[in-house]
Design a protein around this ligand. Sequence first.
Ligand SMILES: Nc1ncnc2c1ncn2[C@@H]1O[C@H](COP(=O)(O)OP(=O)(O)OP(=O)(O)O)[C@@H](O)[C@H]1O
Ligand SMILES: [Mg+2]
Length: 341
Amino acid sequence: MQRITAGLRKLVAPPDLAIDLGTANTRLYALGHGMIADEPSLIRFQPITGEVEAVGNRAAWLANVDPYSPTVSPLHAGVVADIEAASSLLKPFLKRAQRFGLFKPRVLACAPTDACEEERDALIEAAMRAGASEVYVAPEPLAAAIGAGLDVASHYAQMIVDIGDGVTDIAVVRSGNLILTSAVRTACSDLRNAVAQMVSFRHGVLLFPQEADRLMQLIGAQFDYDQEELLVTSGTDLLSGEPLDLCVSSHDLNEAIEPILDNIVEAIHSTVRRLPEETSCEVIENGICLTGGGAQLQGLPERLAAATSLEVRVADNPMMAVINGARQMLDVGIATDIWQN
Ligand SMILES: Nc1ncnc2c1ncn2[C@@H]1O[C@H](COP(=O)(O)OP(=O)(O)OP(=O)(O)O)[C@@H](O)[C@H]1O
Ligand SMILES: [Mg+2]
């Protein structure tokens, strides 16, 4: 009988949700039920009526089939740029959570550390319109540090860098608090745009969707001017409108993404330089932990290590670190209202 009552209580109780609403990917975890979404942050509209046609995986699939209909991300550089579109993106995912309970879910959503009050309010508003009953906001690098397995309660300072699609968020965590933060709104989407722009200027070709991402991942952060490679790609000829295959030089790709990589590396390096002496000794001991999709960029950990003279390691499953950390925050209760909404 007790078991049945507990089961019933679980069924009708409002599920607590953790949300990592990223520029490229949206991830949701429902307490007691597990991951309920890990899909692209994409929303697609009907070209004529302007109504929402699809979100997430389906929107991405449709964008590949017909790349010329409007498919957008409601986020820009890690923050909500269009509240209505963000709430339309979240709504079907929150509905999945509501199936488990009768009441609207409470939500813990993550935001970059440099998000201003309006940007955090936009995130809260989007989640409320999507069906949340309450929304708490937590800083992304704190969640990333927990998700990466760092002992955030330790009295020893540790550095975490989350390189996502729109924002690179850098933080030093000690005794459960972020003691230093710094963010730049430069990340993988800028690398991808630089690749696409170079190909468009130099070859007069608009790369097919996914090709800029593929080339960016192939070229990575390695820099080798001795060996030039030619990489095959495909796109639409800007003059004739015809699809075509072409070869691009690895040197041209390196040159295109170099200033952006420099920006990211310099942002991290300057945060290391700003550390007070005693903290910097602790960070030197622990090194830097990388999370986010950008952490997987080939050669980036080595490049960062060379620039900062620190040990740099990539977290296990770096793209899931933020949601895994936010999930663990739910486990201990939503007491993490760092920004006091
Ligand atoms: N193997 C890889 N090598 C390089 N980059 C990768 C790799 N896999 C994914 N990425 C990049 O990671 C990015 C997505 O990472 P992530 O899911 O952490 O971003 P996000 O959380 O949506 O963005 P943000 O936190 O900045 O709002 C994409 O831009 C993708 O190009
Ligand atoms: Mg992210």
